[in-house]
Ligand binder design. Structure first.
Ligand code: ADP
Length: 359
C-alpha cells in the first residue's frame, strides 16, 4: 500500500484557537476515508488544509510523496466536491464540466470529448444541454462530481456533499458515490457528521473530537473495539448505553449500578473496587423473563418502528434496548435483560479509556 496523502504532526491555529492538534494520518491510494465527528471538531478544517484552502501552522502535509505545505490549491491536483454544488447557474451541464479544462487552455473539441466521456460514466449523457435549474438535486450532485472527475485529480475531497438532499436520495447517492469511487480507482476523503454515512461508505474511518483524532481504523473495528467512551458513544445507532460500574470483590465480576447494584460474571479478571463505566449496545441486549435474567429493569417507554421495537427502561441511567419484531410491553412492567458478557465494554471511569480483558 502506498500513501497518497500523508500528514505528520499537523497543527492548525486560528489566532489563539487550536483547531487541529498533532494530526498524524496516512491516506492510502485507492482508499475511501471518512472524517467524522461532531460539529466543530475540525473535520472541515482538516479537509480544507488538504485542498490548500487553509494553511497549516505546523507539521508536514504530503500528496503523492511531495510536500504541499506551501503549494497553492490549484497546483495540488486535488478536487473538492461541495455540499452546495457550486455549479455555474448560467452555464449548461457541458459548460460546467468543460470550464475548468478550458481555463487551463484545453482546445474546445478536446474538452467536449472529455465531458462526454465523464458524462457517460456518471449517467449525465442525456443532460449535457441542460442548465442546473433544470436538474434534480441528485443530478446536480452528479454534475458536481463529474466536474471533479474530469480533471483526473490525485484525490477527491468531499465536504458533506449530501447534506442538502432528502433522506432517501442521500442513501441512494451514498451508494452512487462509493460505486463511482470504486470504478475510478480513486482516492477519496469524505467529511460527514453522520456516523452511519461514514460507516457505510468508508473503508477507513477517522473519528475526531476537539481537533484531535480519537481513533481511526476499519468501520467494524471501531464498532467492536472503541478505544474510549467518546468513540463508543459516537459510533452506533441508537448509541451505546453507559452504566456506572465497579469491579467485584471476587476479582472476575462487575457490579452495574442501575439504581440497585446488579452483579455480572465476566469470565476474566478485573481489579476489585475499580471504578468503571460499562457500555452495552442496544442491539446486544435481549429481553427475557425476569427469573432467568442477568439484569432486571422496569419498562419506561416503548416505541415501535415497524421492523423493530425500541424499549427504554425506567432505571437510572436509562437503558435503551432494540429488538426485532413487535414485543408487547407495558410501562412499569419488570423485564429481564440478557447479553453476552463479551458484548460488555468496560471503560475506566476516570480516563474513559477502554479496559482490555484482564487489565
Ligand atoms: P467541523 O467541520 O468539524 O464542524 P470546522 O473545521 O469547521 O469543524 O471548525 C473547527 C473549529 O475551528 C470550530 O470551533 C470553528 O469555530 C473554528 N474555525 C473554523 N474556521 C475558522 C476561522 N476561519 N476562524 C476562526 N475559527 C474558525
Amino acid at each position: 500500500m502506498t500513501a497518497q496523502i500523508e500528514l505528520a504532526g499537523v497543527n492548525k491555529h486560528y489566532g489563539a484557537y487550536h483547531a487541529l492538534k498533532d494530526i498524524d494520518l496516512s491516506i492510502q491510494k485507492g482508499s475511501f476515508t471518512a472524517l467524522v465527528g461532531p460539529s466543530g471538531c475540525g473535520k472541515s478544517t482538516l479537509l480544507r488544509s488538504l485542498a490548500g484552502l487553509e494553511s497549516i501552522t505546523a507539521g508536514t502535509l504530503k500528496i503523492a510523496g511531495e510536500i504541499m505545505n506551501k503549494v497553492p490549491p490549484r497546483k495540488r491536483d486535488v478536487a473538492m466536491v461541495f455540499q452546495s454544488y457550486a455549479l455555474y447557474p448560467h452555464m449548461t451541464v457541458e459548460e460546467n464540466l468543460t470550464y475548468s479544462l478550458r481555463i487551463r487552455g484545453m482546445a474546445k473539441s478536446d474538452a467536449k470529448k472529455a465531458a462526454a466521456e465523464v458524462a457517460a460514466t456518471t449517467g449525465l449523457s442525456q443532460l449535457l444541454g441542460r442548465y442546473p435549474r433544470e436538474l434534480s438535486g441528485g443530478q446536480r450532485q452528479r454534475v458536481a462530481m463529474s466536474r471533479a472527475i474530469i480533471r483526473h485529480p490525485k484525490a477527491f475531497l468531499f465536504d458533506e456533499p449530501l447534506s442538502n438532499l432528502d433522506a432517501s436520495l442521500r442513501v441512494h447517492m451514498r451508494k452512487e458515490i462509493r460505486a463511482l469511487h470504486d470504478r475510478l480507482g480513486a482516492t477519496s476523503v469524505y467529511v460527514t457528521h453522520d456516523q452511519i454515512e461514514a460507516m457505510t461508505m468508508a473503508d477507513h474511518v477517522v473519528v475526531m473530537r476537539s481537533g484531535v483524532i480519537e481513533q481511526q481504523g476499519r468501520p467494524l473495528d471501531l464498532y467492536d473495539k472503541p478505544v474510549n467512551k467518546f468513540v463508543a458513544g459516537f459510533i452506533g445507532s441508537p448509541s451505546m448505553n453507559f452504566i456506572p460500574a465497579v469491579g467485584g470483590e471476587d476479582g472476575h465480576s462487575v457490579a452495574l449500578d442501575l439504581g440497585e447494584r446488579q452483579s455480572i460474571e465476566l469470565g476474566y479478571a478485573v481489579q476489585p473496587g475499580r471504578s468503571l463505566i460499562a457500555g452495552l449496545r442496544p442491539e446486544h441486549i435481549s429481553v427475557v423473563p425476569p427469573s432467568t435474567a442477568m439484569l432486571k429493569v422496569a419498562v419506561g417507554t416503548v416505541e415501535y418502528t415497524g421492523a423493530a421495537t425500541h424499549l427504554t427502561s425506567a432505571s437510572t441511567p436509562e437503558l435503551v434496548m432494540v429488538s426485532n419484531g413487535r414485543a408487547e410491553h407495558l410501562a412499569g412492567e419488570i423485564i429481564g435483560l440478557n447479553f453476552q458478557p463479551t458484548h460488555l465494554h468496560l471503560f475506566e471511569a476516570r480516563t474513559e479509556l477502554r479496559l482490555e480483558a484482564g487489565q
